[in-house]
Design a protein around this ligand. Sequence first.
Ligand SMILES: [Zn+2]
Ligand SMILES: [Zn+2]
Length: 312
Amino acid sequence: MRKFCALCGRETDILIEGLCPDCYRKTHPLARVKRDYVGIVRCPSCGAVLYKGRWVRDYGVIEKLVLESLQYLGKVSSSRIEGLELKPGFTTAVVKVRGTVHELISEYEEEVLVRVRYTEELCPRCRDLIIERERAIVQIRSAVPMSDQVRKLIMDIIKRETVKDTERSGFLKVEELREGFDVKLSDQGLARAIAYKIHRTIPSRVLESQSVVRGRGDKVITKLTISVTVVPIGRGSVVMYANRPHLVLGYSQGNFRMLDLSSNNVLNVKINDLIRNGITVPEYEASCVEAGGARALEIVINDKRYIVNNAC
Ligand SMILES: [Zn+2]
Ligand SMILES: [Zn+2]
């Protein structure tokens, strides 16, 4: 009796549930994917992979995770990942599954695509190492937006202090931010050297704090945070302070001498008060003019005109 496939109509020697082997294979996959996607979390520093709540330092677990998402519907003799590119986000693992779905069909290979969601995250061990390495941070901020000139000055100080002390400089990372700099380093002494060199160069306030990162007793690990707030203004600067325009006459020992332009009063303002209350730099024009036979400084802010005698 001649046999025909119910699906493709071809004549066939072997008929399985009314189908030729090819059509039977097509309608009976070797494996199916149980999940929408497989999540893979890997430490970018040491390569460990999160597996069932534990970090495993074995690349093989990635294959394990992918293959465990498969449910075999036939008799499978082997399966392996053929291609998987690990880049953050969604990607596809190509898995080759070898086996058969019926004893009358000899073994063959089938391709299964598994969706993978790949993310990178520091494992606790690497996070600890980084904490141990970063024993100090110098946060440099400014009371008024930092000019390129001030940025360069600070950068030069950091470089010079580090070069001076290469022996102990160890780990050092400078992050340039919109609001200033974060200097992360392993040497607390060098952190202080940088902070106080900036302090001596630019009017500024320095605050230090130590915090315990981990451990107790002799094995305690502390982190030093030094916050340096610079006030990069000096003699001749025009600033708005307490909503009034001021001409800066000078700076020494943590005090700014300022002339209140609207009242002509000279006042001393502590740098701490100035930082706390805030200052801004207005748009202004300054020029030397003749006033009553003497030279005077004329400052124009928002069409308002202020005359400072004997200042030109
Ligand atoms: Zn067929
Ligand atoms: Zn790690």
